[in-house]
Ligand binder design. Structure first.
Ligand SMILES: Nc1ncnc2c1ncn2[C@@H]1O[C@H](COP(=O)(O)OP(=O)(O)OP(=O)(O)O)[C@@H](O)[C@H]1O
Ligand SMILES: Nc1ncnc2c1ncn2[C@@H]1O[C@H](COP(=O)(O)OP(=O)(O)OP(=O)(O)O)[C@@H](O)[C@H]1O
Ligand SMILES: [Mg+2]
Ligand SMILES: [Mg+2]
Lengths: 465, 465
């Protein structure tokens, strides 16, 4: 006889933590550090604050448990209001990033997985200190997750008056990890973060007390991405029902103009006429059949303005070239930032960079540096759409590249929704619109490389005469 | 200012459906079919019932929507009690498989994703008919998911008296799909299911009304897997707390013997002495520090019996060879079923098969046939642990195999918990214990291939003299 039961989201992710990247102690240590750092960067650069992030990893913090590390991450970001702190850190599927704007976070799972893993391997609560920009107080919480109910357990809370105008967040948690196995990936993660967020200053102290100061190389920050309304091409029956039930508009004409981007008054009227509906009808009065038809028409209509790219924040070709030069010391660099594209109503921008020669060691496959919404992706390379493009769609010999070659390719995808293959954010699905843009971008920089190689070869031949 | 909100599990999977394999219409059609078929197979072979499964895919079922298909899957399984049907089909994270026993299902998500996708692309409810073995009635429901609350919406329900002793389940749902793009993968899925479950009869009618009758090739069924208790090596602080809060035992000595497998009376006393605790203490009276210490001792103690493999159901070398012969028509086959292993307290068995020559077309990489708990895995091959072993850990030239080679390798992993990388069940994480067993199994059958190749070469040389 089958025994039926339901799981809370916390129980589900507790039982299936490898799906979130927590598959072994080394991987868990890496994932915990990156989840905290990505939250810290979101809390700063989404608000035009030049990030200063202090990461400290201590070992030997628990007498007879050498494999337990204390991870501490401090940022100068916007902080978290005290009423939101317990759920933000101890309730799965709770987030401030469930909106249409480019951020690193998107699932409402990241920090909770670190807290969960900490709890099950060490039994210790997470400690959070935070103060928002206009607040006069700093709030402190020690929290753990009640797994069965997916609710926070507050072990301790306190607040004290601020003596200066510090704002930001400090997160401390104990994690069973494996620094020796995680070390090279952790360092690689910070090095690549320095490429993709050159305006961020990050100070990293590792368990051997080695301190690395990733000093910002620029104070120029891209403008923060704006929150936008859904684009009608991203609509489906359920989204439409949710928009209708939440809307404060009272006519269909207003509803279309208000709840979507890209629909002006003329377009709104056109759509409504196509459906033979009354523009003054209350959207909450639409029948299921009418909603279904409206979804179909919105998806297929071809005259909307394309999705607004101000929900996105890309790097630009200059920053990409500077970043590649600083870490790879190549003899040649090229970059291509593509025009905005759309998939399922989400705007996206693909950026590609290429570096060749110099200090890059020759290899059979190009060194692939993948990024999504300014997050470095280091694992699951071979199931990522960029790997497929760079190693399967492109024939490098057509660009005068002989293997093994001293070649590196950077791919950065920005979107209001990155189509990750998993909640651990390591590889990206091969959505056709995105794959096409990556390929075009790679061919663009590959052509520039070809001109360079051909020119260099001619110069050598001249010299040899 | 950041806007915080929480999502229900249904909202989360609605927003992130590509994480469950629903990334485009072709993939969604494939995934919906397989989720229903995997449920049908679990409902039969877990109970010793010879499966008869009828799969019907109809197109043109909605007048102006050629891309909408009606999928219908009928099985002769144990059926679902009427009280459980609404939640089983319309509440995310609801399942009867959250127990320690080998089944295809494990997440409590599969059929709900198909229902969700059906709902958002067609607005139509799922229809379920079911009757359990001893019931005199068949129950019918039409259901959809209230996404905001993650609760079923019952559009219609009915029941009627059974006129015969039919038992089983029929699921019907409308899906927006792409049969042309999905077709080859769908057929491949059924062909491989025929290898791994040769006792199952499956009748498939596709949208062109082509009917394929996968007739069972044997009535021999492996004994159904048994549900087991957790093994102490799989313990962590939270699992221990849950077992303690649910236990009906009243002494620590009983608790250890009752709630775990592999702990007899002597071992229970030994563990308790190591902890300097009183064997008659009520487990519910343990302090957090005592629980933490107990978890540590249980994880590190080396004298438990290994996990019981009767929670598993593997194929065996005969069935693997028969399966490979029937679909590949090779000149040589070999198979190796490994002894049970353990990872994180879960028992697992790895089985490897190899086929060479005959009708197998030569290729650079071996044709890789992956299975987990009798499910064929067709996507994300290159991020799977088996691909890594077969293409990176093994040097085939050491086994007299010259590339391109007419070579196929089958890997089947059985476990009470398959470490999938994602909830779409397509690739498996490289857990070291499992990777080692796969490698040993592949080397075993590769050695047999080498002997065969060498022997054949000698025979040819004899003939040529
Ligand atoms: N350092 C921080 N500064 C400000 N807010 C933070 C910080 N860390 C976490 N938060 C808040 O807590 C919320 C939950 O964080 P969490 O990492 O679990 O989810 P997320 O970042 O929204 O999504 P993801 O699961 O993709 O990381 C965030 O949305 C943010 O509002
Ligand atoms: N054809 C069927 N016959 C009997 N029971 C079924 C059938 N289909 C679904 N069920 C029941 O409904 C439950 C939910 O199915 P669902 O596919 O959502 O989850 P699961 O199979 O348990 O796990 P997974 O997400 O890994 O597939 C199953 O656990 C099973 O109890
Ligand atoms: Mg986060
Ligand atoms: Mg299932």
């Amino acid at each position: 006889l089958e025994r039926f039961r339901s799981l809370s989201p916390a129980e589900f992710f507790y039982r299936n933590k490898e799906i979130a990247g927590f598959s072994n102690p080394a991987r868990a240590l890496y994932q915990s550090i990156r989840e905290l750092v990505e939250n810290a960067l979101d809390a700063t650069d989404s608000y035009g604050i030049l990030p200063v992030i202090k990461v400290s990893i201590d070992s030997g913090v628990i007498p007879d448990k050498p494999e337990v590390y204390l991870i501490s991450v401090e940022d100068n970001g916007i902080g978290i209001p005290p009423d939101n702190i317990p759920q933000a850190f101890a309730q799965l599927l709770y987030s401030s990033k469930y909106v249409l704007r480019q951020t690193r976070g998107m699932f409402g799972i990241g920090v909770k997985m670190a807290v969960l893993y900490s709890q099950i391997t060490t039994g210790k609560p997470v400690e959070v200190l935070s103060s928002t920009i206009n607040s006069s107080r700093i709030y402190m919480f020690r929290l753990s997750i009640d797994i069965k109910s997916n609710k926070p357990v507050i072990h301790h809370k306190a607040s004290f008056k601020k003596s200066n105008d510090w704002h930001g967040t400090i997160v401390k948690l104990f994690i069973e990890g494996d620094w020796n196995r995680a070390k090279s990936k952790v360092y690689e993660y910070f090095k690549r973060t320095a490429i993709i967020a050159p305006y961020a200053t990050i100070i990293l102290k590792d368990p051997t007390d080695n301190v690395v100061y990733f000093k910002r190389s620029t104070t120029l920050m891209p403008r923060p991405p704006k929150e936008v309304k859904p684009h009608p091409h991203g609509v489906d029956i359920e989204l439409l029902k949710m928009l209708i039930s939440n809307t404060t508009t009272t006519t269909l004409k207003e509803f279309l103009m208000e709840e979507f981007q890209g629909i002006g008054e003329v377009t709104s009227k056109t759509i409504i006429e196509l459906l033979k509906l009354d523009p003054n009808k209350d959207p909450k009065g639409l029948s299921n059949d009418e909603i279904e038809l409206l979804a179909k028409v919105l998806k297929e209509f071809n005259n909307f303005k394309p999705p607004r790219p101000d929900s996105l924040s890309y790097l630009g070709e200059e920053i990409i070239k500077i970043g590649l030069e600083s870490i790879l010391k190549p003899e040649f660099v090229a970059a291509n930032t593509r025009k905005p594209g759309v998939y399922e109503g989400h705007a996206f921008i693909v950026e590609v960079g290429l570096a060749y020669g110099g200090n890059i060691p020759p290899s059979e496959e190009p060194l692939l540096l993948r990024f999504a919404n300014k997050i470095p992706l280091l694992y699951d390379e071979r199931s990522d759409v960029s790997w497929k493009v760079v190693n399967q769609n492109i024939d490098w010999s057509l660009y005068e590249v002989e293997k093994p070659a001293p070649l590196a390719v950077l791919v950065h995808i920005c979107s209001t929704k990155i189509p990750y293959k998993g909640v651990g954010k390591e590889s990206i699905a091969d959505v056709p619109e995105i794959e096409n843009e990556i390929e075009k971008g790679v061919r663009e920089v590959a052509r520039e490389l070809k001109s360079y190689i051909v020119r260099k070869r001619k110069e050598r031949e001249e010299v040899e005469k």
